[in-house]
Structure formats: C-alpha cells, structure tokens
Design a protein around this ligand. Structure first.
Ligand code: UN1
Length: 501
C-alpha cells in the first residue's frame, strides 16, 4: 500500500483539522506534495502549552505504574500499525522500508522499556551523619516537556522522549520538523487511540502537537511553563535553544550534530568491518546523526579495505525507498544535494580524491535527489572534515599509529559516536578508556550508528551533552527532591554546629 490517503486512513488520521496552505509535506521520493497544512502561530502554541500544563497537574497524581499502562497501550497501537507507519516514514522522510520499520521498532522498544521503568523510578536512601535521622531522594514529575525533532528520525526521537516523560508523570508538547508533519500527526492520532482505551484518568492535553515553522518552535522554547526542552537537530539550532533556555534557566536535553569516525586496525576482521562501514556510512542515505563520516584505516590494511569498499559502493542499489531491493533512497531535498556537492568540491580543493557523489537518475522519481554515495580519500584529516554534512560522504585517511587515529577521532567539535574494528583487546580497551574516544558512544567491532534503545543515547561537545532513551536518561525528565527525616527527640545540627539559645 503506497497510497498516502490509504495509509493515513489505516492509521486513523483525519487531516481536516490541520488543513491549510502554510506547511507542505513533500515526499523526497519524487518531490510531490503529500499534503498541505496550516501552521500554528504563537497564540496556538501558548494555548497548547496551557492545556499540557493543566494535564500535567492531573497526570502527576496518577501512580507511575498506571501511567506505564498508557505507554503499554500505545506500544500495542504501534505493533498493530507498524507496517503502515513504517511506510509513512518511508514516504515522508525517504528512508528505505527496512529502516522505516526499524524506526517504528525503536518506538516499540522504548515503550517496553518505559513500561518496566514505570515500576523502577528508584531513589536512594542515604546514611545521615545525625543520630535518629534518615535521608532519601525522591524523583518527581517536572511538568511540560517540550520536544523538538528532526526530519531524519521523524517518529522515534519523539518516542524516546515521550515514553519516558509520560511514565515520569509529565505531559509533552511536540514540535516536529516542518518537513515531516504527517508522520507526527499519525503518531499523535495513534497516541490518542491509546488514550481513549486507557480511560478517563488520562487528561486531555497530555500530548500536544505543534505543527509549524521555527517560530512555533521558538514560542515553545521561550515559554516558562516548559521546564525541560529536548531538542534534536543541527548544532546551530541547539545552540539557539540552549541560549534561550539559559535565559529563563530551564533545562535542556540536546542531541545535535555528529561527525562520527571509525578506526580500522591491523587486526580487524575485514569482512565485518566492510559490513559495518557500509551500513553506517550509506544507511539512511548518510542522514543519521550517527552516520559514519570519517574512516581511519591502518596503513597495513588500507590497500585491502579501500578497493573492496569502492567495489561495494559501485554495486549498491540506489532507488525508490519503496522498492524492496533498494538500499539507498533519496536525500531529503535539493538543499541537501547542494550541500553535498559543495562539501565534495571543498574536499577536492584539499587534495581529496573523490569516488562517486554524483546525482543518480531514478526512473519515475525525477524530482527526487538521489546520489551515488561518495568515498573521499584524504591526505590527512583536513579542515572540512571538521564539519558535518548531512549526506553520504565518507572521508578516508590512512594512519600508522593508534594514538594518531584516536587524536583525529577527538579533534572535531562534535562528540556523538565512534567505533573501532580490532581483535586486539589492548587496542579495544585503549579506545574506550579515559584517554580514548571522547564521544558519548564508543563501539568495538560494530559501526557508530544503529544504537539500541537500552543505552543512554547522546554525545559531548557540539553534540550538546544530553542523554536520551535507556539507562538512567529518565532522570532528566524528573526533579529530584532530597528529604531528611528526623525521627529522634532532639534537633542536632549538621556539621556539628552548636547554636544554643
Ligand atoms: C538520529 O539520527 O537522530 O543510533 C538518531 C542510531 C539510531 C538513532 C539515530 N538508533 O543510528
């Protein structure tokens, strides 16, 4: 089923309340408009945040395991509609069907995680220095969580944030990318189905959706009733969000640009490394924040790895992401294509040898921007390699010394993901130790992309420092209260202070 109207119908989406002419959902597959929608203005945003705040005041009273039940029901909706939703992601974001389905699976996984978490929002008990006293920590809901998401993971990123936020007792307002409003509307309507099945203790306004341009996002970020803003996208956008939130001293969870590297060491399992490189460099047409962008290959294996890689690249099926055999779908739009060409030209001016990178013709999709993924052999790590270009460009540099490769890994402003292929335990541990990779993710014998939801996801430096998804990332969606309880008959002061009167 590739017809947009059939898909929306199956997902229970009614576009009537959203119809307008300000936001256009354009399919990157063929450049055709899927739907035209109206944009929320700042008054709409304020009113949605008002409803979300009122919903939070009620929702926080519901016991956390019961809140988990709503997320469980939502996960059920996702399971039921996985195929249709995966296809919608493919139509609107252009990623291949396998990856569209994978993204929905990530949502299901985080729902399962959050349901378990709803019975595990543990606080500590701490030994008090005073007799007859006990200290403990409690975790409380924080309020309205504002989520900003990007086109490339149009549904999963919201789910990582929202599933945790809901079990933690918060409400959520969501400003998705203006390039992918339909997937957001579909998710919103599936969530509302779960709310209807859950019953009346889920307040209206628990999940609010803001369809609009960046001014609508700014209105949300500037609203004092939003104590946590979780933003995924470019470093430029994240810096603006961080500055605005700093003005009103609200919290941010930032998941911004990546410029992820892989080191292929002399002892690497080359077949595995080639699989890892290819998936992480060309998957999602190079448009993941975790995409492999820089490859450091040891001198002793360079002349094996690079020719093999060129051969693999030359045979990769490029085409409509709706075709089962396609592995490389389109770039999101014309701007992404120009940015890629510009980056390749700069690489040439830095003595890079470019393989691939041209526009690819795909029959029936003439207005889509399809490209041959590019390999660029560089003499060393050059200035342009410090920038993230959201396209399938893989720069390759030869190295001789692991310290040099780790230094290059860490030299760029971004710090999201990294990996090493080696079968030498010393090298693997060195790569992951205190003086190894400085990224939020450091993998051994797998590529830098395709993280599971169980780990905390995010990175350092220009990546923004936030952590989402698994591990203890939930703590960012709660406020901590430290409680000291005196069950004695006297009032000793801490630090032994005497204050007698
Ligand atoms: C993103 O590109 O914004 O690790 C997220 C991965 C996916 C998430 C990517 N699980 O590649």
């Amino acid at each position: 089923m590739n017809n947009i109207n059939d898909l929306l119908k199956e997902l229970g989406v009614d576009l009537a309340p959203y119809s307008g002419n300000q936001i256009h959902s354009v399919s990157p597959i063929n450049g055709l408009i899927l739907a035209s929608l109206r944009a929320d203005n700042s008054a709409h945003v304020a009113s949605k945040i008002g409803s979300a705040h009122a919903a939070y005041l009620q929702w926080r009273e519901i016991p956390a395991p019961r809140r988990g039940e709503l997320v469980r029901l939502f996960g059920d909706e996702l399971r039921t509609h996985k195929a249709a939703l995966g296809q919608l992601v493919t139509l609107e974001a252009g990623k291949i069907l396998q990856e569209g389905l994978g993204e929905v699976q990530e949502m299901i996984d985080i729902c399962d995680f959050a349901v378990g978490l709803s019975r595990q929002l543990y606080g500590l008990t701490i030994a008090s220095e005073r007799p007859g006293h006990r200290m403990m920590e409690q975790w409380h809901p924080v309020g309205v969580v504002g989520v900003i998401s990007a086109f490339n993971f149009p549904v999963a990123v919201w789910a990582w944030n929202a599933a945790l936020a809901f079990v933690c007792g918060n409400s959520v307002t969501w400003k998705p990318s203006e390039k992918t409003p339909l997937t957001a509307i579909a998710i919103h309507s599936l969530f509302m189905k779960a709310v209807a099945r859950f019953g009346s203790d889920a307040p209206a306004g628990l999940a609010e959706l803001i369809i609009g341009n960046s001014d609508a996002g700014i209105a949300m970020v500037d609203d004092r009733r939003v104590p946590v803003v979780s933003a995924t996208g470019s470093t430029r956008m994240g810096r603006d969000v961080a500055q605005r939130c700093a003005t009103r001293l609200s919290r941010t969870i930032l998941e911004l640009g990546g410029n992820n590297a892989m080191t292929v060491a002399p002892s690497a399992d080359i077949e595995m490394a080639l699989r890892g490189i290819t998936f992480s460099a060309v998957g999602t047409a190079g448009q993941r924040c975790t995409t492999l962008r820089r490859l450091f290959v040891h001198d002793s294996v360079y002349d094996t790895v690079v020719p093999r890689l060129k051969k693999i690249y030359a045979g990769l099926p490029i085409g409509s992401p709706l075709e089962k055999s396609t592995l490389i779908g389109p770039l999101i739009d014309a701007n992404a294509f120009s940015a890629m060409q510009e980056a390749l030209n700069t690489a040439k001016s830095e003595k890079g040898k470019v393989f691939g990178g041209e526009r690819a013709k795909v029959e029936g999709c003439t207005d889509g921007y399809y490209v041959h993924p590019a390999l660029v052999e560089m003499p060393t790590q050059t200035a342009s390699m410090h920038h993230e270009t959201f396209a399938p460009i893989l720069y390759i540099v030869r190295y001789t010394d692991l310290d040099q490769a780790i230094a290059w890994n860490n030299e760029v402003p971004q710090g999201l993901s990294s990996s090493i292929f080696t079968t030498d335990v010393r090298e693997a541990e060195k790569f992951m130790c205190d003086s190894g990779s400085d990224c939020g993710i450091a993998n051994v014998n797998i590529g830098p992309s395709g993280a599971e939801i169980g780990g905390a996801f995010g990175g350092e430096k220009d990546t923004g420092g936030g952590r989402e998804s698994g591990s203890d990332a939930w703590k960012a969606y709660m406020r901590r209260s430290t409680n000291t309880i005196n069950y004695s008959h006297s009032l000793p002061l801490a630090q032994g202070i005497s204050f007698d009167f």
